[in-house]
Design a protein around this ligand. Structure first.
Ligand code: MRU
Length: 369
């Protein structure tokens, strides 16, 4: 996507130095646009764990580049052992999004049976990591085209009046390599001249909506308003939401979707108010081995300091972190929740739109039957 007229992806290899991976530092947004270098697999693991990069697709692509960086420092003897250690390190960073383990496994299975010299394996690792990143961007672009049809229909029904879309967390291009999942249809609609307006949930406790979604929508010139997380139900009761689109971190075979904590409550409110609720995802987010999402999807619990403290910018432009509760108050911090398939109107993937149920999903992915 473009920032001040220049195209950026969220991750890439440094120009003239393909042994360094570069990322946009998402911890600095929206106050500062900063690019960081990652030189080792540990750097990529730390960037994922500490959320310099985040979002299902982007942590997958970052992990793939982590495997590539491991290949650069591995000789013939140690090649597969090093890859195994790197895979373990990377997979242990964040448990919920399937894309991460999927990308690591794809790199490992290709490289561990490669019979070439170490130099050839490194070349293959670079090629595969780049292919994973390119595929993520292309799949998200296609999600945009399929999701656009949903927005178009609502716009026609409203005779061209503004379509109000509510989204939770950040499932825009910052959460992937480019385009995004939930926001890709919004960008496609905006670019196609359809009037859209986005209600952006702030997404406590890390405020990905406030700091990232609001920032990227503004970069693209899409009309939006930031709302408190608990405002969605009220807006739906007053017919101020035409459509909810969220992303997902893992979607099971029967269509249950894990996404940022708070998504489930939005889905309940949408059902009660007859507002269509769509989940957008590339195929790397499906977990075809799991069925019951509530029982089976591992939910990351993060440090309680993310709930007890909040970070922002002062009038003087200084970034500061302040405590918002009594000093002795303890807190719990689950990063995700699961929306059962019965609350989801449809899933939008790079292959099209389907019902959130095994039959619907398999109609798009018959090879998984
Ligand atoms: O904890 P994060 O910011 O990595 O959260 C993951 C997400 O980006 C969201 O849950 C998102 O809606 C899923 S789509 C990438």
């Amino acid at each position: 996507m473009n920032i001040k007229g220049r195209h950026y992806r969220t991750i890439w290899l440094k120009e003239n130095n393909p042994e360094t991976v570069q990322i946009i530092n998402q911890l600095a947004l929206p106050f500062k646009f900063e690019i960081l270098d990652l030189r080792t697999c540990e750097d990529t693991a730390n960037a994922i764990r500490d959320m310099y990069v985040r979002g299902a697709g982007l942590i997958g692509a970052t992990a793939a580049y982590g495997m590539y960086l491991t290949s650069l420092v591995s000789g013939d003897e140690s090649f597969n052992d090093n890859l195994k250690c790197a895979a373990l390190l990377l997979k242990n960073t964040r448990p919920t999004a399937s894309n991460l383990a999927w990308a690591v496994d794809r790199m490992y299975s290709m490289l561990s049976c490669h019979t070439g010299t170490p130099a050839q394996k490194r070349e293959a690792a670079r090629f595969e990591a780049r292919a994973i990143a390119d595929e993520d961007a292309d799949f998200c672009r296609r999600i945009g085209q399929h999701g656009l049809e949903i927005i178009k229909k609502i716009s026609q029904k409203k005779q061209g009046r503004e379509v109000n879309i509510l989204t939770h967390c950040n499932a825009g291009w910052l959460a992937f390599v480019d385009y995004g999942s939930a926001l890709s249809p919004v960008y496609a609609a905006h670019d196609g001249g359809i009037k859209v307006h986005v209600w952006v949930d702030e997404t406590r406790p890390r405020n990905q909506g406030a700091s990232l979604t609001a920032w990227e929508l503004a970069q693209h010139g899409v009309s939006h308003d930031l709302i408190p997380d608990n405002a969605g139900g009220h807006l739906m009761q007053h017919e101020m939401v035409d459509l909810v689109i969220t992303g997902a971190d893992r979607v099971t075979r029967q269509g249950d979707a894990a996404n940022k904590i708070g998504t489930y409550l939005k889905a309940l409110a949408a059902k009660e108010n007859n507002v269509p609720f769509y989940v957008a995802l590339p195929s790397s987010t499906f977990d075809f081995k799991m069925k019951d999402g509530v029982k089976e999807i591992p939910i990351e619990e993060r440090d309680s300091s993310e709930v007890r403290y909040i970070t922002g910018i002062t009038k003087e432009g200084k970034t500061e972190t302040v405590r918002i509760c009594p000093e002795a108050t303890s807190a719990r911090n689950w990063g995700f929740d699961v929306t059962p398939a019965k609350l989801i109107t449809g899933l939008v993937s790079e292959r099209g739109t389907c019902e959130a149920c095994e039959k619907g999903i398999l109609s798009l992915y018959p090879e998984k039957d």
